[in-house]
Design a protein. Sequence first.
Length: 246
Amino acid sequence: MRQPLQQVLASIASDRTHGAARLARLAAQELLEHGPNCSAEEVKAFCLGLVRAQPAMAPLSTLANRVLQSGLDSVPVFLDEAEQAVRRIASHAAGLIAEGAAVMTHSYSQTVLDCLLASRGKGIRVIATESWPLGEGIALAGELKKAGITVDLISDNQVPPQASLVLVGADAVTPAGLVNKIGTAPLALTALEHGKPFYAASSTHKLARQPFVEPLFDLTPLHLITAVITEIGVLDPARLPFSESG
């Protein structure tokens, strides 16, 4: 396999900060740049390596499967779908986030970040957990502060009653539950106890039939999730359009 593709696989495999959507876009962009100069066997090896690099992240498997089935011509389509999905998810999320809302979130999700940036004109406040053991929430808080959004950074076991709602990202959404960074499932339970809506922002690229839960991830049962915000709408978790092949 060509060195640039080997390097991006190693980078994705070692990344413990960024979310599934961002890493899938990175992989797709590398395929666009270097794929045409690779043999079919090299492209196949990259796709298989992509699935192994972050098995819990459904968009990487979605991208790999599309390339294996339809070739490199599917990559621009994947990227276009991903970009449109972000805009539509942010628009749907804006309909759920009221003026002056206090939005609680956990870990680092590019999709959640885009949702919050799209709603910053509403004077929202974000309550971000530090998200240990890797502290991804600290990185998210830094991005939000740069954008002029007020952020309260709290410890992982703090759940302030003044939060209006909880909004988290997803590495995958499966019939068994939401796969996301460890600490998501307890937060969903606490939101339920406090009567707060718990939303997951996820493109349909992240819908998968089988969960793969690594040590730094956990599985949140779908009945704890108020709705999943996708590019096709705000969906009841019980009615997600899982494909037979997903």
